[in-house]
Design a protein around this ligand. Structure first.
Ligand SMILES: [Zn+2]
Length: 422
């Protein structure tokens, strides 16, 4: 009978519980996992569980929700042209490299990742079918932009990429509201969970299309947002500053990615706070770009740095919701928790940095009913840490300290010395 086959609840006891909601941590807590969900979490003395429950004593450890990266590029392995275009090794090797990144990212406690472009839906299926380990995935597939925008991969010499067209990563250049609607629909057909677009250049985009240079008209963006929302998809928009970031917010996007020059747009930020448009600052990628071998990338990243920090401070003051994202890809993997340290340097408390990578990130992805906090009814995505990130968020960068990773109640990683060998 089903009820007899169902495994006994598991109870983690003795831990310090950081539940992701921002509530003060609970010392000597217990957490009951029933199947793939959390049945209860709180102070141990106030809880009870069935006698046949399997109790795991993890005294001295900290338990927090599985981490979420709201902006990653799991299939990107470098910024060099040949690597970006997949020319320097066979496609199968690139895919296996991506599979390794997925496994390593999960092993660092990241149980959910939103991919902002480059990862195709086959990886998500492979993880769901148990073929490879990896986080839960929310996929953007490709960056939608007009001709000349960051989704247009034409080279500075005017050449198009020589790689074969991949129907799993459909073309993402669209001009005019009709084409924009068509490309959104095509993206959704290919498995996009979120629509990724861009209304400005960035630090690493081609010379001539910089952080304050706009892409897409208001009409195009309104069409993109309306079509995405009609299909039940949120819109994450790469936008750094200038008129493009205004176009994006006013068209109704759900998150601004990077937002480095938002400090120049106080009214826009107030609007974001009011409408709960998320800011995903992705501080990590600019640390990388400040050292870029490309002079124009390095100069842009250095020029935006102070504005970026001012933007995060202003977001905190105004109550613009913030989610942690790295923009990793060719850097950062699997040390995605770097972002938490940078967020703290930018002015978040350590608790806020943890929330940015748990509850707030789940809200940004529209998954806060299922993920992001350790409360009864949520999926049992959680990590057991040797150390306390509220004392030092850098403990999350050390693999040996991420002792256990649970995804949907299943133990994916167990680094404890006495753990049964895998
Ligand atoms: Zn990105």
């Amino acid at each position: 009978m089903e009820s007899e086959r169902r495994s006994a609840p598991r109870v983690i006891t003795g831990v310090t519980l950081i539940d992701g909601t921002g509530r003060a941590p609970i010392a000597d807590a217990a957490l009951v996992i029933d199947g793939d969900r959390i049945a209860a979490a709180g102070a141990r003395h106030a809880m009870s569980w069935p006698a046949h429950a399997a109790v795991i004593d993890l005294r001295g450890r900290t338990v927090l929700p599985g981490l979420i990266d709201a902006h990653d590029h799991l299939a990107s392995h470098g910024y060099g042209f040949a690597t970006r275009w997949g020319l320097d090794e066979p496609a199968s090797t690139v895919h296996l490299r991506t599979a390794r990144v997925l496994a390593d990212t999960l092993a660092m406690g990241y149980t959910t990742v939103r991919d902002a472009g480059g990862l195709d839906a086959g990886f998500k299926l492979a993880i769901e079918q148990g073929l490879i380990p990896g986080p839960r995935l929310v996929l953007g597939l490709q960056i939608i932009s007009p001709t000349g925008g960051i989704g247009d991969r034409t080279s500075p010499s005017g050449h198009d990429c020589c790689g074969a067209f991949d129907p799993l990563l459909p073309p993402s250049v669209a001009n005019g509201p009709d084409q924009v609607r068509d490309v959104v629909r095509t993206m959704v057909r290919a498995g996009a969970d979120v629509i990724k677009t861009a209304t400005t250049g960035g630090a690493s985009s081609r010379p001539g299309h910089g952080p304050r240079d706009a892409a897409f008209s208001s009409e195009e963006m309104q069409a993109l947002v309306a079509e995405s929302h009609a299909l039940g998809r949120r819109v994450m928009c790469h936008a750094l500053g200038g008129p493009g970031v205004r176009t994006a917010v006013r068209a109704g996007v759900d998150s601004i990615e990077h937002g480095t020059y938002l400090d120049e747009e106080p009214e826009l930020m107030a609007e974001m706070a009011k409408r709960r448009v998320f800011l995903v600052p992705t501080l990590t990628v600019y640390v990388y770009h400040r050292e870029s071998p490309a002079p124009h990338v390095r100069a842009r990243a250095q020029a935006l740095h102070e504005h970026h920090l001012a933007t995060v401070r202003r977001a905190l003051e105004l109550g613009v919701p913030i989610a942690a994202g790295t923009d990793a890809g060719g850097h950062g993997h699997p040390r995605n928790a770097l972002e938490l340290g940078y967020l703290v340097e930018a002015g978040l408390t350590r608790m806020q940095a943890v929330q940015a990578a748990t509850q707030w990130a789940a809200q940004c992805l529209g998954l806060d009913g299922e993920l992001g906090t350790l409360e009864a009814g949520r999926l049992a995505d959680l990590i057991v840490v040797d150390g306390n990130p509220l004392e030092d968020v850098k403990v999350l960068l050390e693999p040996r300290r991420i002792e256990m990773v649970f995804k949907g109640g299943a133990v994916c990683v167990d680094r404890r010395a006495d753990a049964p060998a895998a």
